[in-house]
Write a protein that binds this ligand. Structure first.
Ligand code: SF4
Ligand code: SF4
Ligand code: FES
Length: 548
């Protein structure tokens, strides 16, 4: 493979890679504002300038400059190497690139910083980007100068509402155009543009439009400074108090990789950020998915209930025992959840088919919804494929309703609360709207769920399960990729992992579950304990590059 040297380090590259892209692939950051690995390169910020050492015997590319001679009190002519943007210059075999090791490069970076900050308000104490802002990071690394401009800075519009989700601050904007390019190139909706010139530059929304659609949050995410903020996260938290866990979005079957940012002091999730994974979501997430972090808290089942009345988990388990004792296995149904992890569904399958011996298997999930050809999948469940693999013969929930109405099924054990019609939608047919599950009241229904929904509403016994945010779980996306979503929060209320609740239900019914730990389930799922380790570092984790 062809290579070049960056500050003495050997960097391999593919044909067509720019210097910055090749370095990025090796986990090295060349300072940048306008470049983004998922967007085109306008090379307008000049922060990535590098020095290219001339080949032996070749004439160096030099530039005439004026330098201030403090002693003489005047400018004098001088020469310096002509620096090139690493985001636009193709890597070449044997090239020698100087970045941090070149005094010219370090000075250029400092000068770009000074230029960008001439009119910047430096309102870091009230800026949501503070703590993860490239202006701050690069000032610490290359700035450290005394501001020379004494004039009143140029003032620009602040707090401009771009649309239902995004607010713009013109004074903080460094005009990198990432937001414009994201909307044009990825979201395919060129609704943003730049107007005026020089220090009067400003980002604007097309006349008659607002910044809306399914990918507006990404403009905030690609913005390297605090110029674009989401209404959702604005003024809610300081990022240095947040911790993060590698998660998998639960919004649809695409299974976008995400960082779930949470504050451990309050056991509270604050936001999702995309986690780069070229094979799944590249660098992006959709708005609907970005907001699903709220489901870590909203609509949760946090206490056990028997016939709607709150009780302890122990009492609820006693009720399960009373309900199910002596019931013929042919009268019992199992309902898998297309939104719960592979581990939870596996435990339910073990209890239902191996220990209880039932053959009546069903699956429930959320109804289909909007889809596009960027990321968003019609299937709004994170693990339909996983359940399909575990229980290919599982029937749609509507079939269970019929069986219960006909009194052929009298007892059911269900995972999750969602209830849509078609279990595994064919590529031709969409999963229709919610099933009317009212008839399930005729049965003795035990529901183990993290969220309230149609099934929890008709449950005889409801046991609280942890959500995906409170435990580690494996989800199989629409492409069949197993991805692990890791634990961020501590279990809330009386909730416990569903696979653990299922083991307790098994014990209450007089069976001995073969699992007491997650890793035992994973070993079963993957075939061997060694393969379990592979699941723990799923493609989502292993293939992820460092997110911005
Ligand atoms: S708003 Fe942010 S992303 Fe857009 S041009 Fe300004 S600094 Fe760049
Ligand atoms: S496309 Fe699907 S998985 Fe990706 S962020 Fe949106 S809802 Fe989540
Ligand atoms: S990152 Fe290269 S010019 Fe902006």
């Amino acid at each position: 493979m062809a290579t070049f040297k960056l500050d003495g380090k050997t960097i391999p590259f593919e044909p067509g890679d720019t210097i910055i892209k090749a370095a990025y692939k090796q986990g090295l950051e060349i300072p940048n504002y306008c470049w983004h690995p998922g967007l085109s390169s306008p090379a307008n910020c000049r922060m990535c300038l590098v020095e290219i050492a001339p080949k032996a015997g070749a004439r160096p590319l030099m530039l005439d400059v004026l330098e201030w001679d403090a002693k003489a009190g005047t400018y004098r002519t001088a020469q310096k190497p002509k620096l090139l943007p690493a985001c636009y210059t193709p890597a070449a075999d044997g090239m020698e690139v100087l970045g941090d090791t070149s005094e010219h490069v370090r000075r250029a970076r400092r000068d770009v910083q000074e230029f960008l900050l001439l009119n910047h308000p430096v309102d870091c104490p009230i800026c949501d980007q503070s703590g993860e802002c490239k202006l701050q990071d690069y000032w610490l690394e290359y700035g450290h100068y005394q501001k020379r401009m004494r004039d009143e800075p140029v003032h620009k519009p602040k707090g401009v509402v771009f649309g239902p989700t995004i607010v713009y601050d013109g004074e903080r904007c460094v005009m990198c155009t990432r937001c414009i390019r994201f909307m044009a190139e990825v979201a395919k909706d060129p609704v943003l543009d730049m107007r005026e010139r020089s220090n009067l530059n400003e980002i604007v929304v097309a006349p008659g439009r607002q910044l809306d659609g399914h990918y507006t949050f990404m403009t905030e995410h690609v913005c390297p400074v605090g110029a674009l903020t989401t209404k959702d996260f604005r003024f809610k938290a300081r990022v240095w108090f947040l911790k993060t866990a590698p998660a998998v979005c639960q919004g649809c079957a695409t299974g976008c990789n995400a960082h779930l940012d949470y504050d451990p002091r309050y056991n509270k999730a604050y936001r999702y950020r995309p986690r780069d994974n070229e094979k799944v979501n590249k660098f992006w997430m959709c708005d609907e998915g970005m907001l699903t972090y709220k489901e870590a808290h909203d609509g949760r089942v946090l206490e056990a209930k028997v016939r709607g009345a709150v009780t302890s988990t122990a009492k609820a388990l006693e009720e399960v025992k009373a309900l199910f004792s002596g019931v013929a296995k042919d009268s019992i149904a199992i309902v898998f959840s297309a939104g719960h992890s592979l581990e939870d569904n596996w435990a339910l399958r073990e209890l239902g088919t191996v220990l209880m011996g039932t053959k009546s298997l069903y699956v429930a999930g959320r109804p289909d919804g909007y889809e596009d050809d960027i990321l968003i999948h019609r299937d709004k469940n994170s693990n339909t494929k996983g359940v399909q693999q575990l229980a290919p013969a599982a029937k749609p929930l509507a079939a269970l309703v019929e069986e219960v109405a006909a009194k052929r099924i009298t007892h059911a054990l269900a995972l999750g609360s969602a209830a849509a019609d078609d279990a595994f939608p064919s590529s031709a047919g969409a999963r229709s709207d919610r099933v009317d599950v009212d008839a399930l009241r005729l049965s003795k229904l035990v529901v183990i769920a993290a969220h309230e929904g149609p099934l929890s509403a008709v449950a005889t016994v409801l046991l609280p399960a942890t959500s995906w945010a409170e435990g580690s779980g494996t989800f199989v996306n629409s492409k069949g990729m197993r991805q692990v979503s890791e634990k961020a929060l501590e279990p809330q209320g009386a909730s416990r992992p569903a696979w653990r609740q299922i083991a307790d239900v098994a014990a209450a019914l007089g069976y001995e579950a073969s699992w007491t730990k997650l890793r035992q389930i994973r070993a079963q799922l993957m075939g061997t304990a060694a393969a379990d380790a592979a699941a723990a570092s799923s493609p989502s984790v292993a293939d992820s590059a460092t997110a911005e």
